[in-house]
Ligand binder design. Sequence first.
Ligand code: ADP
Ligand code: MG
Length: 459
Amino acid sequence: MVAAAAERVVAELREACAAPAARLNEVAAAMEAEMRAGLREEGGSKIKMIISYVDNLPTGNEEGVFYALDLGGTNFRVLRVHLAGKDKRVAKRESKEVSIPPHLMSGNASELFGFIASALAKYIASEEGHSNVFDDDKQRELGFTFSFPVRQTSIASGTLIKWTKAFSIDDAVGEDVVAELQTAMEKQGVDMRVAALINDTVGTLAAGRYNDEDVVIGVILGTGSNAAYVEEASAIPKLEGELPKSGNMVINTEWGNFDSSCLPITEYDEALDEESLNPGEQIFEKLISGMYLGEIVRRVLLKIASQSSIFGNVSHTLLKTRFILRTPDISAMHHDDTPDLRIVAQKLADNLKIMDTSLDTRKMVVEICDIVTSRSARLAAAGIVGILRKIGRAVPGDERRSVVAIDGGLFEHYAEFRKCLESTLVELLGEEASKSLVVKLTKDGSGLGAALIAAAQSQ
Ligand code: ADP
Ligand code: MG
C-alpha cells in the first residue's frame, strides 16, 4: 500500500495527461491548421513552417566525398562520407563525436563556432596521410546541420531566430550561422565551403529518402522534437519568386513551438516551463522530448514526497534538484521486468538516494513513467497524423506507400515510447489506411542527410 496522498497525486496526473483518440484528433487538426497558417505568411503561426530551400532530395546517384557537421543537442559530430552512386551508395562513412563543454552553450557565438571549427580542423588533420581520400583540385564541401530555428534566405545561409534546448547564446541570435561558421573555419585554416545549411529534421528526411523514395516526413525525437516534410511548392503562399522545377519544397515545421488549448497540460508542465530557459516557448517540445520527460517525472515525485513520507524526508531530498532524473533513467525504470523491480530500486537509490522503497512504491514510480511517456508518444503520433492529413497521405483513398523517417535517442532507445507511438498511429489512422504507412528508424540521419544534401546541391 502506498500512502493515499500519493495515490491521489498519481490519479490526478493520469487524468490530466489523458490523451484519448478524440483529443488527439483535435491536436492533429490544430496542428494541420497551424501548418496552413504558417505557410500562408511569415509569422502566421506559432509554428514557423520554415522554407528550407531544399527542393531536391538525394536520389542515390550522388558521387564524391562530402563532409557534414551536426550540431543540435548535447554532442556534435563531424562526418565524412564517400558516396559512390546508385549501386554502391555510401562506400565509406566515418564520424567523430565531440561533446560540447556546457559553458559553451551559454557563452558567446565566436567561442562556440571556434570550438566547432577547431574540432573540424583536427578531424581533417587526422585524415591527412590517408591517401586518395580527396581529389585536391576540388574544394571540400560541407553540409551543416544546425538544429535550431533559423530563418533561411538560401540553401546555404540563414539567421538564428532563437535558441532552444540547453543552448542560450545571446550574441548569435539574428546572425547568419553559416557566416559565423565560415569565419571560424577560416581562422582555423580549414579550406571548405558550406554548401548547405539544414535542420536535423531535413537531414533525416534526406537520409531516409536516399534509401527509400517513399519517405515524405522526417521527425526528430531526441533531446528536442521537430518534423520536416515534403510540401507542394504551389501550396506555400509565402514562397516568393519562381517555383522550383521539382515542384516541391521541404518545409521545416518547427513543431516544437506548437501550442494549443487542446494539449493535455499539467501543473508540472506549467512549472517546468516557467523555470525553463525559454518560458512560454516550445510547449509541444516540452511535453514530448527527451530533454524534459525525466524532469516531468521528477516534479511528480517531488509532489508526492511533499505529501507523504514514502520517499523519505522532503526537507533534504535530492528530488528538489532540477534535471536530476534524465529520460534514460525513466526509460530504464519503465522497462524493468524483474519481479521485484530491482532496477527501479537501484535508480531511486543511485540517483536520488531514496532507499528501501516498497514494491508498491516502485510500481507507482513505473506507472508515473508510463503516464508521462505515453502522453508524449501519443502527442508525437498526433503531430505526425496532422502532417499526413495536410499532405493527404495515409488517409482513406490514398493508396501510396508513405514512409516516416524518425531519428533521435528517445525513439531509438525507449522501446515503450516507440511501441506506443506506432500503435497510436494505427489507432488514429485506422487499420486500413495505416497499412500503407511505414515508420523507419533513420539513425544518424541528421548528419548523413547534411552530407547528402551538400552532394545533391553540388551535382
Ligand atoms: P540530440 O537530440 O541531442 O541530437 P540524440 O538524438 O542522440 O541527440 O538524442 C539524445 C536524447 O535521447 C537524450 O537527450 C535523451 O533524452 C534521449 N535518450 C538517450 N538515450 C535514451 C534511452 N536509453 N532512453 C530514453 N531516452 C534516451
Ligand atoms: Mg541529433
